[in-house]
Design a binder for this molecule. Structure first.
Ligand code: CTP
Length: 417
């Protein structure tokens, strides 16, 4: 599937009622700057926060807000409105709107449009931290994610209500980036080719992360690592060959894309996590990436210069654990989650620790100590660590390991290869 460029995309933006609705006006500008056309639907609550006139002026098209407007419906019916877009973006999505979406309610123009659409939906949620963390909202998010709805944010930080935590709407530029990712992914309607594919993983969706992440220090420097991405790319190719729909989230490496995989390119751990979440639902998640453990708290906008002030001090913050996040129990959790453990010592002990700590189903453990030639090399020697025990595989090529791993995955779904 080829990505639809943002420059020709038609976006339907649904603005919900939240303080962050003002950021959606900037989102309209950013999308239009990049060539996208934007139509806006506002909920009744949204109109309490921003004026439809501003949204109309910025989008260059009339704003729709009334399901029962004879004039609007005569111009373009609400079904047509939802179908004439390439992507629907809901920003901000309030707790109420998420609940209505998750339960398939259609009691205003926004929710009716969302129910009638056959296009991908991207949600930028925004609400009070307690509301976001409430099990009811988390249940709704999991339901929507399982339905294929993509999410961007919410971000963590101080909120308009004075509390602190996750709940702030993602920044407009982060939403634009998520829009680009969403446009690169297929519609929710299964493609006939995918449905007809053959092989032990036919009909399964496999999501993988591979390669390193680069965490910026300033516009020219970054924190990275030596991961070549070879093993992850080999698994992605083997999964495609086994008939799966494959989404490969690739960090910055120079390898060619595996043939037949949907590819999402990222640089940082935060982007990788976002892309992994957006790729769900999936049957299998393979975390083969060597994610940087830390990022620079505040990457500089300008290149750091030498000077009499001496060497700069970098303040680091820990990156989220993508594998642990995706493996968290819930309806959005893929049925089979595979992690890697690249160790230089106490391989098995460390791998067992990661298996429990990260909540995955198996860990592929390998020794990357100097002299093994694993980093960047063609071969690998791994041990498969699961709650029921450990299996050591002989040294073989990364492609052979990938094939054997696919056999293990297929077996998990009851197919012997
Ligand atoms: N991983 C992840 N996100 C992170 C760190 C690691 O998804 N922020 C995943 C890797 O893709 C791999 C597994 O977790 O599947 C183990 O990665 P590894 O680098 O071996 O372990 P860490 O958790 O980083 O622990 P440490 O560096 O202390 O060994």
């Amino acid at each position: 599937m080829t990505a639809l460029p943002l420059s020709t995309a038609r976006i339907l933006l649904i603005i919900g009622g939240g303080v962050s609705a003002y950021k959606s006006l900037e989102l309209i500008r950013r999308l239009r700057e990049r060539g996208a056309s934007v139509r806006v639907v506002m909920t009744a609550a949204a109109k309490q926060f921003v004026s439809p006139l501003s949204a109309a002026a910025l989008s260059g098209a009339p704003v729709r807000d009334d399901l029962f407007s004879l004039v609007d419906e005569a111009e373009m019916g609400h079904i047509e409105l939802s179908r004439a877009a390439d992507l629907i973006v809901v920003a901000p999505a309030t707790a109420d709107l998420l609940a209505r979406m998750a339960h398939g309610l259609a009691n205003d123009l926004a929710s009716t449009t969302l129910l009638a659409t056959d296009k991908r939906v991207l949600v930028a949620a925004a609400m009070n931290v307690r509301m976001w963390l409430h099990p009811a909202t988390q249940r709704n998010v999991a339901t929507l994610a399982a339905d294929g709805v993509a999410f961007v944010g919410p971000d963590e930080g101080e909120m308009a209500c004075g509390e602190f935590g996750p709940g702030r709407m993602a920044e407009p530029l982060a939403i634009v980036e998520a829009v680009e990712h969403a446009l690169a992914r297929p519609t929710l309607i299964p493609l006939p080719a995918a449905a007809a594919s053959k092989g032990p993983l036919a009909g399964r969706h496999v999501v993988l992360t591979a390669g390193p992440t680069f965490e910026p220090i300033d516009p020219v420097r970054f924190i990275g690592n030596r991961s070549s991405g070879l093993q992850g790319f080999a698994i992605a190719q083997a999964a495609v060959d086994a008939g799966a729909r494959v989404t490969l989230i690739r960090g910055p490496v120079s390898l060619p894309d595996p043939k037949g995989a949907e590819v999402v390119r990222v640089q940082t751990a935060l982007q990788m996590l976002e892309a992994a979440r957006a790729a769900l639902p999936a049957d299998v998640f393979v975390a083969a990436a060597a994610v940087a453990d830390w990022r620079v708290e505040k990457a500089r906008d300008q290149k750091l210069k030498k000077g009499p002030q001496g060497a700069p001090t970098l303040s680091l913050v820990e990156n989220p654990d993508i594998l642990a996040e995706i493996a968290k129990p819930g309806t959005a959790r893929p049925a089979f989650v595979i992690g890697f453990a690249a160790e230089t010592e106490n391989v098995l002990e460390n791998a067992r620790g990661k298996l429990t700590r990260k909540g995955c189903d198996i860990i592929v453990a390998n020794c990357v100590a100097e002299g093994t030639g694993v980093f960047g090399g063609a071969d690998n020697e791994v041990q498969i660590v699961s709650p029921s025990g450990t299996e050591a595989w002989r040294r073989m090529t990364k492609a052979e390991i990938a094939k054997k791993l696919i056999g293990l995955i297929a077996l998990r779904f009851g197919v012997r290869t």
